[in-house]
Design a protein around this ligand. Structure first.
Ligand code: 6GU
Length: 245
């Protein structure tokens, strides 16, 4: 899988993708994440990538030429395959785990970071396959949002997480929030780890964890219970939680 992030601030992308799990995945060849400097595709001596809006008004707009030409050069090198081209914008489709799973099945994803007050409308209309937002708040630019996408997608690629850390037990993959975790010491300042976790009884531990995941989801994100796959026993537990309320 190849992810290319088009930006005027490649340093921001390199700083994050060179470290930790993403850095290791890159050096092991499991994923390719490249920052592409839009200034390299500018047409003038000053390497300009933005300009004043036609019709006047405040702020600057990202020019079409560097973005079109950068994307075209990447698609050309992609030899026949059709990449997804994401435009990062607060006006886009809201990113979530399902969207991450969808992108993880692609072989080539290009992400355009909107900067300044906006991008030329022709980029939206003719170049982007998707407009993507990471939530209802406004960032100064799309770089942090692009990194969120790259991170969430990369960890779904087989081998990126260690063998034992599986993304199948994640919050949201199961449709529920996660159960509480504890590690040593069993008693910290009088705060004790639940007895069942020390019991060695794996069936009881699994039961307790499922109950806790249901309880946590019920309390914090009841909306998720509408779509999570639930067993009859799960539904009984939720009914009980409802009755307690
Ligand atoms: Cl993708 N860009 C910006 N600038 N702000 C955002 C966003 C993206 N997603 C949420 N807020």
């Amino acid at each position: 899988m190849r992810i290319e992030i088009l930006t005027t601030i490649p340093e921001m992308i390199d700083a994050v993708t060179g470290e930790s799990i993403l850095g290791r995945a890159k050096s092991r060849g499991l994923i390719e994440i490249n920052a592409v400097n839009l200034r390299d595709f500018a047409h003038d001596r000053h390497r300009t990538t933005d300009d004043a809006p036609f019709g006047g008004g405040p702020g600057m707009v990202m020019k079409p030429e560097p973005v079109f030409e950068a994307v075209e050069s990447l698609v050309f090198r992609s030899a026949g395959t059709k990449p997804r081209v994401l435009l990062m914008t607060p006006q886009g489709r809201r990113f979530n785990q399902k969207f991450a799973e969808e992108l993880a099945r692609e072989s080539h994803v290009i992400i355009i970071c909107g900067r300044y007050e906006g991008v030329d409308e022709r980029i939206r209309e003719r170049l982007a396959t998707d407009e993507v937002s990471i939530g209802d708040y406004v960032l100064t630019g799309g770089e942090l949002a692009a990194l969120v996408i790259a991170d969430a997608v990369s960890r779904l690629i087989p081998g990126v997480l260690g063998d034992e850390t599986s993304c199948e037990t994640d919050s949201f993959s199961s449709g529920l929030l996660e159960y509480p975790q504890y590690t040593r010491p069993a008693d910290y300042r009088g705060m004790e780890v639940p007895e069942v976790l020390l019991s060695g009884n794996h069936a009881e531990i699994a039961k307790w964890r499922r109950e806790m995941a249901l309880k946590r989801t019920f309390e914090r994100r009841p909306d998720l219970l509408d779509t999570a796959p639930l067993t009859e026993e799960d539904k009984r537990i939720i009914n009980e939680l409802n009755n307690e309320k």
